[in-house]
Design a protein around this ligand. Structure first.
Ligand SMILES: NC(=O)c1ccc[n+]([C@@H]2O[C@H](COP(=O)([O-])OP(=O)(O)OC[C@H]3O[C@@H](n4cnc5c(N)ncnc54)[C@H](O)[C@@H]3O)[C@@H](O)[C@H]2O)c1
Length: 249
C-alpha cells in the first residue's frame, strides 16, 4: 500500500487505533497530521514518529474542526485523507446515563465525525479527490447491553457514512466506515467498575470473541490503510467489519 505524497489528518491519533493508523500511514509514505484532545499523549506520538507538532483540540467543536483543516492546508497545501477515529465510550443503560453523559457521547462520536467531515469535504471537492474513513463499531450495527449512548452514536456514524458517501460519490470522494470488534486499547479497559488486569482482558477475548482473542490495534489500522489506498478505489458507502467473527453468529 503506497501513500507517498498523500496528506492524512487523523483524529484521535494520540492513542489506540488512531496512533496505530498514524504509524501505518507514515510507514506507507503518507504525511500524517495528528489531531487529538490529549496534548501530552499526542506530543509523545508525534515525537516518536518524527512528525510535526500535533493539532490539539476537541472535535465536538465545529470551529476547531475548521481550524484543524485550515492548519493542515497551511502546512501541506492539500488534504487527501481524513480518518475520524476520535471517540469516547460511556458504559451504562439508559437509566444510568445522565443528560450530560448522553450529550457528550453524541457530541464527540457523532458531531465530531460530522464537523470534521464537513470541513474536509469542502477542500476535497475543490481538489476533486479525497478519502474519508469513519470509525464505527460493531455496536453501531447490533446492540449491546450497558452501552446505550455509545451504541446510538455508532449507529449514527454508520448511516452518516452511507449518506455522505452518496452525496459525494461523483465528487471523487470515497467515504467508508470501519467497524472494529474488541480491540486491546485504553478504551476497552476504560469506564468499567474496576480496571481490568491483563488476565481479565485475555479472558474477555477467549470467552467473547470467536477467534478467541482481542485484536491488536494494528490489525484494524491495516484495514484502514487498505480503505484509504487506491486498492479500494471501487469502495464507497461500505461498512467494513473487522471483528474476528463476533457479529457472524
Ligand atoms: N477499543 C475498541 O474495542 C473499539 C471497538 C470498536 C470501535 N472503537 C472505536 O475506535 C475509535 C478509537 O478507539 P480506541 O479504542 O483506539 O480508543 P482510545 O481511547 O485509545 O483513543 C481515542 C482517542 O480519541 C481522543 N479523543 C477523545 N475525545 C476527543 C475529542 N473530543 N476530540 C479529539 N480527540 C478526542 C482521545 O484523547 C484518544 O487519544 C473510537 O471511535 C472508538 O469508539 C473502539
Amino acid at each position: 500500500m503506497d501513500l507517498a505524497g498523500k496528506v492524512a489528518l487523523i483524529t484521535g491519533a494520540a492513542s489506540g487505533m488512531g496512533a496505530a493508523t498514524a504509524r501505518e500511514f507514515a510507514a506507507a509514505g503518507g504525511h500524517v497530521v495528528i489531531v487529538d484532545l490529549n496534548a501530552g499523549l499526542a506530543r509523545n506520538v508525534a515525537a516518536e514518529m518524527g512528525v510535526q507538532e500535533p493539532i490539539i483540540g476537541d472535535v465536538s467543536d465545529s470551529a476547531f474542526c475548521r481550524r484543524a483543516v485550515e492548519m493542515t492546508l497551511k502546512r501541506h497545501g492539500r488534504l487527501d485523507i481524513l480518518v475520524n477515529c476520535a471517540g469516547i465510550i460511556f458504559r451504562a443503560d439508559a437509566q444510568g446515563t445522565s443528560d450530560e453523559n448522553w450529550r457528550r457521547v453524541m457530541a464527540v462520536n457523532v458531531d465530531g465525525v460530522f464537523f470534521m467531515s464537513r470541513a474536509a469535504i469542502g477542500q476535497m471537492k475543490k481538489q476533486g479527490s479525497g478519502v474519508i474513513v469513519n470509525f464505527g463499531s460493531i455496536w453501531g450495527g447490533v446492540g449491546a447491553a450497558g452501552v446505550a449512548a455509545y451504541c446510538a452514536s455508532k449507529g449514527a456514524v454508520l448511516n452518516l457514512t452511507r449518506a455522505m458517501a452518496l452525496d459525494h460519490a461523483r465528487d471523487g470522494i470515497r467515504i467508508n466506515a470501519v467497524c472494529p470488534g474488541e480491540v486491546n486499547t485504553p478504551m476497552l479497559a476504560s469506564g468499567r467498575p474496576s480496571p481490568p488486569t491483563p488476565e481479565d482482558l485475555k479472558k474477555l477475548g477467549e470467552t467473547m470473541v470467536p477467534m478467541g482473542r482481542l485484536a491488536d490495534p494494528v490489525e484494524i489500522a491495516r484495514v484502514v490503510l487498505f480503505l484509504v489506498s487506491d486498492a479500494a478505489s471501487y469502495m464507497t458507502g461500505s461498512l467494513v467489519t473487522v471483528d474476528a467473527g463476533y457479529t457472524a453468529r
